[in-house]
Write a protein that binds this ligand. Structure first.
Ligand code: ATP
Length: 341
């Protein structure tokens, strides 16, 4: 659907060169919600701007629906842009137009007859839950309502792709959740492919199917959201994951545990199907070892279970060793290091 092939974008500022996007190869499949996450300056916005040719790549290429964007005439580029809707962090609404006027704008531009426009606007406002606000002006709306208008306007030309540029970054957590639900509805009910950028990992967790992590213009990790959350490879990805799930207690607590003569702690990771297998109680019984869950959580991630538990084992050394070996065949398990402060 969208394919970046070794895409790079360099800006020349006086004598200085800034490489905003560096050798990015990525493909976004039709119908998926694909998230790009990175800290400020990672190159996310520039990458998005390459998709609708607001920026041209310095090298490499971008294909949308199999068409190389560089090969398009201005006219075809305008046509393509109508297939790509976009929403923004600061909504970018026309303050002098009503809600209905904002949503109608791209249809007017496209020369759609007046009668059809009003029917389509009514349909779109119903879809985003703002039918009663048609005649209000943006300044009379909350941030969440403004973003709903932004979404309705982006959907007006029935695009195949919706690009979201930090669409929820200006919103409070409850409103963010509402907008993310609406984006999911856009994806599921209208079959629209969504490409979003964010610096918030929980946005990725909530709605994305796949994720790419960017740093210094490069994609440093990419994969399904489940795999990336349960087994992040790059230290930057690990930092993002830790920002929303504290999977280890603090060093202070761990040191206290050890000072009080607590046994070795093991981190046990359960993923997907095996989370429903009572492996811990089954194997500890088999080897005559007691277990104590000290810390952790079992959560839902992408409609699968994901458990992350800190466990200590009480039994004779040989039995514990045999138990650990047996556990390793089913789950991921590692001893937790206690760092001295
Ligand atoms: N038009 C431009 N001219 C010069 N440098 C630019 C331009 N656009 C982006 N850059 C530079 O490219 C790098 C990547 O910027 P970009 O805005 O793509 O990152 P980002 O991940 O979207 O960050 P943020 O979340 O802060 O917007 C930065 O160093 C930025 O200063």
């Amino acid at each position: 659907m969208i394919e970046f092939k070794q895409a790079a974008k360099t800006f020349q500022i006086g004598k200085r060169k800034v490489t905003a996007v560096n050798n990015v190869s990525l493909s976004v499949a039709q119908g998926e919600i694909f998230g790009i996450i990175g800290f400020s300056g990672a190159g996310k916005s520039t990458l998005l701007r390459l998709v609708n040719m607001l920026e041209r790549p310095t090298t490499g290429s971008i294909q949308v629906q199999g068409v190389d964007l560089a090969s398009l005439s201005q006219k075809d580029l305008r046509k393509l842009r109508r297939r790509i809707g976009m929403i923004f962090q600061n909504f970018n609404l026309f303050t002098s137009r009503t809600v209905a006027g904002n949503v109608a704008y791209p249809l007017k531009l496209g020369g759609v007859p007046k009668k059809e426009i009003s029917a389509r606007v009514a349909e779109l406002l119903d879809f985003v839950g703002l039918s009663d606000k048609a005649n209000d002006y943006p300044e009379q709306l909350s941030g969440g309502q403004k973003q709903r208008v932004g979404i309705a306007r982006a959907l007006a030309t029935s695009p195949d792709i919706l690009i979201c540029d930090e669409a929820t970054s200006a919103l409070d957590p409850d409103t963010t959740a509402d907008i993310l639900r609406l984006l999911k509805k856009v994806n599921k009910e209208l079959g629209i492919t969504i490409l979003l950028i964010t610096h918030e990992m929980h946005v990725i967790q909530e709605i994305c199917d796949r994720v790419a992590v960017m740093e210094d213009g490069e994609v440093i990790e990419t994969g399904s959201v489940f795999d990336t959350f349960t087994n992040p490879q790059h230290p930057t990805t690990q930092r993002f994951i830790q920002s929303i799930q504290q999977d280890l207690p603090s060093d202070t607590l761990l040191q206290e545990w050890r000072a009080k003569g607590g046994r070795k702690l093991y981190r046990v990771i359960f993923k997907g199907e095996i989370a429903s297998d009572p492996v811990l109680s089954r194997l500890t019984q088999q080897f005559g070892v007691n277990f104590n869950i000290v810390y952790g959580s079992i959560r839902e991630l992408q409609e699968k279970f994901f458990g992350n538990l800190l466990v200590s084992f009480d039994g004779d050394e040989r039995s514990v060793d045999s138990l650990l070996a047996a556990l390793k065949e089913t789950v991921e398990i590692e001893e937790v290091a206690v760092h001295e402060s």
